[in-house]
Design a protein around this ligand. Structure first.
Ligand code: UD1
Length: 421
């Protein structure tokens, strides 16, 4: 069993390069399933969810070749519809993008119900609604999702009941090769939606409005291959920004788009740290004291739910009482019990956590209960007195490219250690 062992006390200094964005790379990899040609994808992060997704496509008949550092060539010409292996699909959330891609290209799809982090119920009713508006019959049981249509997807107007990243992406994937025009209203506006649209447009799709809440997709007959570089990961960047602020260090993050970080930057500044923005880098300078702040997570451009555990950890160090409210998922506070083991004073009431800052953190054995919770434990460990051992680190490796190496290069006392099972 692998663990991450962190000795607290060092403040982070230096420069760290941010990898490509996991949540953009995944839909773009599954979008390659729509293209009967070679696509070269660059700035691909070296994380488990990406490797698993490439494996899923490979097993379905795609040719996947590494073409240099963080670049991969994907050729889905020979892809066989409905052949994804359920055991692989169930390991991650993003595998449900196969539904949109298979429906878009083959007019039908059969994919196992997706897995992913446990934040309470994660229904897919809006995905189903989108596919049905595009003319499909959809059958969902607890194990499998099946999409059928006689003539393939046909363009339609779809108004989502609420903002959902996954359903917006799935309908985009299903609609690019549809007959006619699709309009998605109340669409998600995340940077990875824009990245997916840019990739598909480079392949010959006709998508406009991505980044606003109305996306228009004019169906085309086919897509061609291209070379495309994934945008930098704003959540990975935000995580290192908080680690710098929490340890009172000074870190330059390179390969970032500062605009994507605005909401995180301004919240970090509210806690007293300084964030200086440059063209494609930011510098975070932490202070000796952290000020309390209140945070509510929202869809983009609001404060990202995927930064909630890291921010809550920073607020454990603050000079007063802070409140963190989760506005996206019904349950995203499972990590609080782990922070409490380290001495944090946090009370969870429904979708809010009240944090009494300033209680000294001490090292403990804790679990990465999910991907972002796992890096929050690392940040807590960096600030705690003594040694923190984090288990279940495969969840961290799902989405963080070389987190141990990057933190070490910034001066952290951190190791990945293998123990016998
Ligand atoms: C994606 C991200 C995840 C991030 C989330 C919000 C990936 C692989 N995952 O997840 O890291 O936390 O966006 O930024 O990119 N919902 C429904 N019915 C639906 C769809 C969603 O009730 O049909 C609910 C969800 O349970 C959740 C909320 O809507 O409470 C938002 O979900 P959504 O934006 O779709 O997130 P994901 O795409 O699952």
């Amino acid at each position: 069993m692998d663990k991450i062992v962190v000795k607290g006390g060092a403040s982070l200094h230096g420069s760290v390069e941010i990898s490509g964005m996991k949540n953009a790379a995944l839909p773009i990899i599954y979008a390659c399933a729509l293209v009967e040609d070679k696509c070269i994808i660059e700035n691909v992060p070296d994380v488990r969810d990406v490797a698993l997704s490439l494996n899923i496509l490979k097993e379905m008949g795609a040719t996947v070749t590494s073409v240099g550092k963080n670049a991969v060539e994907i050729d889905c010409t020979e892809l066989r519809c409905g052949t994804s292996r359920p055991e692989l699909v169930r390991k991650i959330r993003a595998s449900y993008y196969l539904l949109g891609s298979e429906f878009g290209r083959f007019g039908r799809s059969t994919v196992a119900y997706p897995g992913g982090c446990d934040f309470g119920g994660r229904p897919i009713d809006q995905h189903v609604k989108g596919f049905e508006y595009l003319g499909a019959k959809v059958n969902v049981d607890c194990d499998m999702v099946e999409i059928e249509s006689e003539h393939g997807p046909v363009g339609a107007n779809i108004f989502f009941d609420f903002v959902t990243v996954g359903a917006t992406i799935n309908v985009m994937l299903a609609a690019v090769l549809a007959e006619g025009t699709t309009v998605i209203e109340n669409a998600a506006r995340e940077p990875h939606i824009v990245d997916l649209a840019n990739f598909l447009n480079t392949c010959g799709a006709r998508i406009s409005g991505a980044g606003t809440d109305v996306i228009k997709i004019k169906g085309v007959n086919n897509l061609h291959g291209c070379t495309y570089a994934i945008i930098p990961d704003m959540i990975e960047a935000g995580t290192y920004m908080i680690a710098a602020a929490a340890t009172g260090g000074c870190v330059r993050l390179t390969n970032v788009i500062p605009k994507h970080l605005e909401c995180v930057s301004s919240k970090i500044e509210e806690t007293g740290a300084i964030v200086d923005e440059y063209d494609d880098s930011v510098v975070v300078t932490g202070k000796d004291t952290v000020r309390k702040a209140n945070v509510k997570t929202r869809p983009y451009p609001g404060f990202p739910t995927d930064m909630q555990p890291q921010m809550a950890t920073l607020l454990c160090l603050a000079d007063g009482v802070s409140c963190v409210t989760e506005g996206v998922y019904e349950k995203r506070f499972r990590y609080v019990a782990e922070l409490q083991k380290m001495g944090a004073a946090i009370n969870v009431d429904g979708r809010s956590a009240v944090i009494e800052g300033g209680k000294p953190l001490h090292g403990a054995s804790v679990e990465a209960v999910d991907l972002r919770a796992g890096v929050a434990m690392i940040i807590a460990g960096l600030c705690a007195e003594g040694t923190t051992e984090i288990s279940q680190i495969h969840l961290i490796e799902r989405g963080y490219d070389d987190v141990v190496g990057k933190l070490k290069s910034l001066g952290a006392d951190i190791e990945k250690v293998s123990y016998p099972d």
